[in-house]
Design a protein around this ligand. Structure first.
Ligand SMILES: [Zn+2]
Length: 271
């Protein structure tokens, strides 16, 4: 049996690199309540296996979803915390006083490495007393902030807390490559995650030249995400990841590996 396993390993190793699937660290996964009935935590891990996803950054509404996965696979799941007990909390969490004690109680477990994904729509959203506490919590606990925000909010965040580390959800969702590039130039503590961006990076089955230049220029600062915010996206998980593998395959191999998993591995080094 041992010999067989050894032979298998040799055969696998001998395959050309391109024939193996590029592993991807999914840095934008949700396992929220709406998906629990369709897929149990073990089925989620199977989906990750089938899509060649060794590790994932997960945040969920509510946080219990993330913990279901973390409990059975602590080596593979990096927990992020979002202060949403249900989807109604998404819109005004930054000014809802009773979410603060809930947050502090959940963060006390010490498992979370990220604060987010959280939605911040306007720079003014940062000016609430609650938000001052959230930012203090993030800095004090060394949590990476994962905001779904435009460029103006990211700039306002760094203005308030220059020491923050930010993983920018969807690289701003609709911000053009020149804006994403300007922010990456300006802020060394900023990384950008590319869920919902495959159709910008790879329109008409070819790499957009501006995106290509930016991905190569800042190859150390991008990561991949699926954003499984609704159960339909879980049905289609392998294809969601496959969209990214298509354009990654057109980049120089070292750049593709960094964006696929090396940058996220460095950000979320096992401690
Ligand atoms: Zn989002």
């Amino acid at each position: 049996m041992k010999t067989f396993a050894f032979l298998l390993a040799v055969v696998f190793w001998a395959l050309p690199v391109r024939a193996q699937e590029l592993p991807i660290f999914d840095t934008h996964m949700h396992y929220s309540q709406g998906a629990w009935d369709a897929y149990g935590p073990r089925q989620i891990l199977e989906k990750m296996d089938k899509a060649a996803i060794p590790r994932a950054l997960v945040s969920s509404t509510p946080d219990d979803g993330t913990m279901k996965l973390f409990k059975i696979a602590p080596q593979r799941i990096v927990p992020g915390f979002r202060p949403y007990r249900n989807s109604n909390d998404l819109a005004r969490w930054y000014e809802t006083p009773d979410l603060l004690p809930y947050t502090k109680a959940r963060l006390a477990s010490g498992h979370h490495k990220v604060f987010g994904e959280v939605h911040l729509f306007l720079p003014g959203n940062l000016d609430t007393p609650e938000m001052a506490e959230y930012l203090k919590l993030a800095v004090d606990r060394g949590l990476i902030l994962h905001p779904h925000s435009d460029a103006a909010v990211v700039e306002a965040l760094f203005k308030k807390r220059p020491n923050l580390k930010i993983l920018w959800a969807h690289a701003g969702f609709s911000e053009p490559p020149e804006v994403v590039g300007r922010l990456l130039d300006q802020y060394p503590n900023l990384w950008a995650e590319l869920s919902y961006r495959a159709h910008h990076i790879f329109p008409d089955d070819d790499l957009d030249p501006q995106w290509k230049d930016l991905l190569i220029r800042h190859a150390d600062r991008f990561t991949i995400g699926s954003d499984t915010w609704e159960v339909d996206r879980w049905h289609d998980y392998r294809n969601l990841i496959g969209e990214h593998r298509e354009w990654l395959g057109l980049l120089p191999a070292d750049v593709a590996e960094k964006i696929a998993y090396r940058n996220a591995e460095a950000l979320f080094e096992k401690r």
